[in-house]
Design a protein. Structure first.
Ligand code: KG4
Ligand code: ZN
Length: 329
């Protein structure tokens, strides 16, 4: 059994975790930076990077103390090396390199998207490769066939906004806080999802991709009209995103015979999304798997798990590994 010490710093969550190759999360800690960015209405990259500098060392100390593990007892150090806000990625990656140097343990440079993509295998020991994955986060919206570690086939991506970005923009238009996803989900519970007519971009088309920009513009018009209750706008918006997910994922299911359907990334924390995708999987005779909500939004446990999977496959990285702002799977 290998013990992995992991760091995550690609956006506005600072996180550390200790994860084992047999799926134990020995300790983990996440500190969100929402209140530091709130006055600016979105994540400010330099503020995020500076906050990681302040927060990460304490989180490392905290998880080691909680698990009662000495740094020298870990088998490898995993750190997010991209994609993301590159200043923050540099902070976490360099911290990981420092720990690797100090302990003499190997560095595993993890692609944040692979962290999300493999996270369902941390919570679900029965989930084998290959599986069809809807990865919906603040920066990405993709359908992937996950065939193994480092082995992905991309079936669809977004031609404009990411799904989480759409939630965040809709929330901003409704005057809700950042991040928008949880705020929209909460408000949507009080609204009627059929009240506001909103478009479902690309639904019904044979093209496999996603599009959310037109939906955002329609929300903007609906809010500006003053004709609708905010809860109805939130509920109708959420339903439109769910309908897009279901339609696009159906197309992918028809193109893939992977036995399982999995959803991951921050937007997968949404109960309506989880419910609709579970129903779709059932309709297509596929096994459904989704990580618990806390494992869907950014955390270091998923980086530790991806690190464990890569370490087991002999994939370790040199100390001159670069931080990458862009890094497609
Ligand atoms: O995976 P994640 O934590 O960070 C990225 O890698 O981007 O995803 C963050 C995104 C944000 O856009 C946030 O609004 C969205 O996930 N999100 C949600 C929910 N929780 C987080 N969207 C819809 N419903 C939620 N409950
Ligand atoms: Zn993420």
């Amino acid at each position: 059994m290998a013990v992995i010490l992991a760091l995550e710093s690609s956006c506005d969550d600072s996180a550390a975790a200790l994860v084992t190759s047999d799926r134990q999360i020995l300790a983990q800690a996440v500190v969100g930076q929402a209140e530091r960015h709130a006055p600016f209405g979105g994540v400010v990259p330099e503020i995020a990077a500076r906050a990681h500098v302040e927060i990460l060392p304490d989180l490392v100390r905290q998880v080691l103390a909680e698990a009662e593990i000495e740094p020298g007892e870990v088998d490898a150090i995993a750190a997010t090396a991209g994609p993301g806000l590159v200043g923050g990625v540099m902070v976490g990656l360099l911290a990981g390199k420092g720990l690797a140097l100090a302990t003499g343990k190997p560095l595993v440079a993890v692609n944040h998207l692979e962290g999300h993509a493999l996270s369902p295998r941390l919570s679900d020991a029965d989930l084998d490769f290959p599986y069809l994955l809807l990865l919906a986060s603040g920066g990405h919206c993709q359908l992937l066939e996950v065939k193994g570690v480092d082995d992905y086939r991309r079936l669809a991506t977004t031609i404009d906004d990411a799904a989480g970005e759409a939630f965040d923009k809709a929330a901003k238009l409704l005057g809700l806080g950042y991040p928008g996803g949880p705020a929209i989900e909460k408000l949507a519970k009080e609204g009627d999802p059929t009240a506001v007519p909103l478009p479902r971009p690309l639904v019904g088309s044979g093209e496999p991709h996603f599009s959310f920009a037109g939906l955002k513009s329609a929300v903007q018009r609906a809010v500006a009209s003053g004709e609708h209750h905010p809860a109805d706008v939130a509920a109708s918006f959420q339903q439109a995103v769910v309908d897009c997910f279901v339609d696009r994922t159906r197309l992918a299911l028809e193109a893939s015979d992977a036995p399982s359907l999995v959803v991951a990334g921050g937007v997968a924390a949404n109960q309506s999304v989880r419910g609709a995708l579970e129903q779709l999987a059932t309709d297509y005779g596929r096994v459904f798997s989704v990580p618990p909500g806390w494992l869907c939004t950014d955390n270091a446990a998923m980086i530790g798990w991806a690190g464990a999977e890569r370490f087991a496959a002999g994939k370790v990285d040199p100390l001159d590994t670069p931080a990458r702002a862009r890094w497609p799977l």
